[in-house]
Design a protein around this ligand. Structure first.
Ligand code: C2E
Ligand code: CA
Ligand code: CA
Length: 407
C-alpha cells in the first residue's frame, strides 16, 4: 500500500464527477466525503446518497469496469485518499489467493450484471432510473449468488478437509474383456464434509479447477493412490501388475514440479512407472497445451500411460489424439448408456473402438451398468470396461476384498 500515491483534497473539492470516465478508485485514509447524484445532470439539483469515512472505498466501479462515474463525490473536510488504479487492481488480483480471486470474480460478474440491468450511464439521473427488477430476475440473481457463495465456501473448506482426512479416494476396478480379470483401478475422490455430508466430485472438482486448488488435490491424490496401489497390487490376479489410473486437470500440467511430484511418489512407493495411467480431459488443450504435451511425452518415455477421458464429449476429441501421445481412449458413459436403444450411439461406440484399433490405442468403455452393455462391447472388440455392472468405486479395503474374492 505504502508504494502508492496518496492525494489530498480540501473541503468542497470534487473528488469524482458524475459522468466522467474514471480510471481509479480511492481508499479514504483521512476525512469524510459526501456522495450525491446530480439529478438534472449538473450541480443544481442533487440527491444525497451517503457519506463515507476512513477505511471506505469509493469510485470502485471504475476499476471493475470503464463505465462513467455514476455519482459525484465531494470532500466534506480535509481528506487524504489512497489511489488504486485499474492496472494496480488487476496486478493484485493476478497474485491473489485463489479463494480471494474466485470471490472477486463473483463480485465482478455481479457488478457487471447490475450495470447491464441498470443500463448506465443513462441512469445517472433519477428520472431515468432503471425500472424495478422483476421478481424472476431477483430470483435468478439470488440463485446465482447462492451458488457463487457455495463455491467460495467449498473452496475455502477444501484445504482443511484435506488436512482432516475428510477427503478420501475410492477405487473402481477396470476389467479386461479377454479374461474378465481386473487389470487396474481408477482413483476417484470422495469428500465427506462434517456438516454437509457427501459432496460429489462433479460439484467440487470444477470449483477446485477454477480456483487452482486442484493442484494441491491432485498431488495429494497421486501420493495417496500410489500408496494404496502398493497395498492392492498383491491381490491382482492378472498377467501383469495392476495399474492405477489417476485423473489430472490442465492446471496440474501448468504447475511447477508436476513431474518432480510424480517421480517422487513413484520412488517413495516403489511402484513401476508402467503401473501409472494418467487420465486427461479436453480442458488440457485450453491454456498451455505445449507444456502439457512435453510433460506427457516425458512421462511416457518413463513408462507411464496416457488415457483420454470422456472421449467424444468435447469438441476437440479428435485433435487430442493427434496432439497428445495417447495410449488409451476412454469411451464416455453417455454413449455406453444409450448404445442399447439408440443406433447412432451404437455406431459411435463402434467407430471409436475401430479408431482405437487403427491407431493402436486400447479402449475402455466407461459406465457399463448391464450385462447386455457388456456383451455388446465385447462383441465390438472393446478392450476394457468399467462400471457399476462390475463394481462401484470402493474404499481401499473393499477393493482388496473384491480382488481377493475373485471379482
Ligand atoms: P470421471 O473421471 O469420468 O469418472 C467416472 C465417473 O463415473 C465417476 O464419478 C464414477 O463413480 C462414475 N461411474 C463409474 N461407473 C459408473 C456407472 O456404471 N454408472 C454411473 N452412473 N456412473 C458411473 P465420480 O466419482 O462422481 O466422479 C465424477 C468426476 O469427477 C470424474 O469423472 C472426474 O472427472 C472427477 N474426479 C473424480 N475424482 C477426481 C480426482 O481425483 N482428480 C480429478 N482431477 N478429477 C476427479
Ligand atoms: Ca476419469
Ligand atoms: Ca470419464
Amino acid at each position: 500500500m505504502s508504494s502508492q500515491a496518496s492525494k489530498s483534497f480540501k473541503a468542497g473539492d470534487i473528488i469524482i464527477k458524475q459522468g466522467d470516465n474514471g480510471h481509479c478508485a480511492y481508499i479514504i485514509e483521512e476525512g469524510r466525503v459526501e456522495i450525491f447524484l446530480e439529478i438534472d445532470g449538473n450541480n443544481n439539483q442533487t440527491h444525497h446518497v451517503g457519506t463515507r469515512g476512513p477505511g471506505a472505498i469509493i469510485g470502485e466501479m471504475a476499476i471493475l469496469d470503464h463505465a462513467p462515474r455514476t455519482a459525484t463525490i465531494r470532500a466534506l473536510e480535509e481528506c487524504k485518499l489512497l489511489e488504486i488504479t485499474r492496472e494496480d487492481f488487476a496486478r493484485r488480483l493476478q497474485n491473489a489467493d485463489p479463494v480471494l480471486k474466485l470471490a472477486m470474480q463473483v463480485i465482478l460478474t455481479r457488478y457487471r450484471d447490475i450495470l447491464a440491468r441498470a443500463d448506465l450511464p443513462k441512469a445517472h439521473t433519477l428520472q431515468n432510473a432503471p425500472p424495478p427488477q422483476k421478481a424472476e430476475d431477483l430470483e435468478k440473481s439470488f440463485t446465482a449468488d447462492v451458488s457463487a457463495i457455495e463455491a467460495i465456501r467449498i473452496a475455502s473448506d477444501f484445504e482443511t478437509a484435506l488436512k482432516n482426512n475428510e477427503v478420501t479416494l475410492h477405487y473402481q476396478p477396470i476389467i479386461h474383456l479377454k479374461n474378465s480379470k481386473t487389470v487396474g483401478v481408477e482413483a476417484l475422490m470422495r469428500w465427506h464434509h462434517p456438516a454437509r455430508g457427501f459432496i460429489s466430485p462433479a460439484v467440487f472438482i470444477p470449483i477446485l479447477e477454477d480456483t487452482g486448488l486442484i493442484v494441491k488435490a491432485s498431488q495429494w491424490a497421486l501420493k495417496e493412490s500410489l500408496k494404496a496401489l502398493k497395498n492392492i497390487q498383491p491381490y491382482g490376479n492378472g498377467d501383469t501388475p495392476l495399474f492405477m489410473s489417476i485423473n489430472f486437470s490442465s492446471h496440474d500440467f501448468a504447475s511447477d514440479g508436476f513431474t518432480d511430484t510424480l517421480y517422487e511418489a513413484l520412488s517413495q512407493t516403489d511402484i513401476q512407472a508402467q503401473c501409472v495411467h494418467l487420465e486427461i480431459t479436453e480442458r488440457l488443450l485450453i491454456g498451455q497445451p505445449e507444456t502439457a504435451r512435453d510433460i506427457l511425452n516425458s512421462c511416457r518415455k518413463a513408462g507411464m500411460s496416457v488415457s483420454i477421458d470422456d472421449f467424444g464429449t468435447g469438441y476437440s476429441s479428435l485433435s487430442y489424439l493427434h496432439y497428445f501421445p495417447v495410449d488409451t481412449i476412454k469411451i464416455d458413459r453417455s454413449f455406453v448408456m444409450s448404445m442399447n436403444g439408440d443406433p447412432n450411439a451404437l455406431e459411435l461406440v463402434k467407430s471409436i473402438i475401430a479408431l482405437g484399433k487403427n491407431l493402436k490405442m486400447s479402449t475402455i468403455a466407461e459406465g457399463v451398468e448391464t450385462a447386455e452393455e457388456a456383451a455388446i462391447l465385447k462383441d465390438l472388440g472393446c478392450d476394457m470396461m468399467q462400471g457399476y455392472y462390475f463394481s462401484k468405486p470402493l474404499p481401499e479395503n473393499d477393493i482388496i476384498a473384491f480382488l481377493r474374492d475373485g471379482n
